[in-house]
Design a protein around this ligand. Structure first.
Ligand code: GAR
Length: 220
């Protein structure tokens, strides 16, 4: 049974998708703690409902990023995670923190990385007139949203999309993408070595492109 710790900042719908998938698919993984920088995060309530231990490390209690990162690391360590996954965790983590979790820190990002790193991805995709958008799961490295990508899922942009509608369709796909990749990790199928992602011991020359079929609304 591998041990997972989730870091969240808000709604926690991706966390919920992982919790639900783990119980439904009886994967050899367990979310042992959910840690948030925001005490009001809805995801903390989701964790409690699932009987998962929660912790809050509020970034506003620390004078700088390094001290916040150190406190976060201290909060995580007792849970001895095999994998830490960021699920809507909206703080930038410093290099020292990230390097301590090399190869066992995942993030889900709402864009087809390497396109649209950073914030407001849905609005930026629409402003650019792109026909496709999506989500990516990647290993976290010190470069923001720039670590090696494991898998992506694309959605078509519709002519009548606004950022909220597009975000909802991407989110539906995120809820399938993240549990699947975490399942691969739990099964020992995916790993990072020297900035190279391996799936089933084969180096990936590009991210795995997944297609779950699009549905019209997200389960928030
Ligand atoms: C998700 O869309 C996730 O990809 C995004 O925040 C949302 C969190 O939703 N993450 C980032 O933008 C990270 N840079 P959730 O709290 O309902 O899972």
């Amino acid at each position: 049974m591998i041990r997972l710790v989730a870091l969240i900042s808000g709604r926690g719908s991706n966390l919920q998708a992982v919790i639900d998938a783990l119980s439904a698919q009886s994967l050899a993984a367990e979310v042992v703690a959910v840690i948030s920088n925001n005490s009001n995060a809805l995801g903390l309530e989701r964790a409690r409902q699932a009987g998962i231990v929660t912790r809050v490390v509020d970034h506003r209690d620390y004078p700088d990023r390094a001290q916040f990162d150190a406190a976060l690391h201290q909060a995580i360590q007792p849970f001895a995670p095999d994998l830490v996954f960021l699920a809507g965790f909206m703080r930038i983590l410093g290099a020292e923190f990230v390097n301590q979790y090399h190869g066992r820190l995942l993030n889900i990002h709402p864009s087809l990385l390497p396109a649209y790193r950073g914030l407001n991805t849905h609005a930026r995709v629409l402003a650019a007139g792109d026909l496709q958008h999506g989500a990516s799961v990647h290993f976290v490295t010190p470069k923001l949203d720039g670590g090696p990508v494991i898998a992506r899922v694309a959605v078509n942009v519709h002519p009548d999309d606004d950022p909220e509608r597009l975000a909802a369709r991407v989110l539906t796909q995120e809820h399938q993408l993240y549990p699947m990749v975490i399942g691969w990790f739990a099964a020992g199928r995916v790993r990072l070595h020297n900035q190279q992602v391996y799936l089933d011991d084969h180096p990936l020359s590009q991210p795995v492109e997944l297609d779950f079929g699009e549905s019209s609304c997200a389960a928030l």
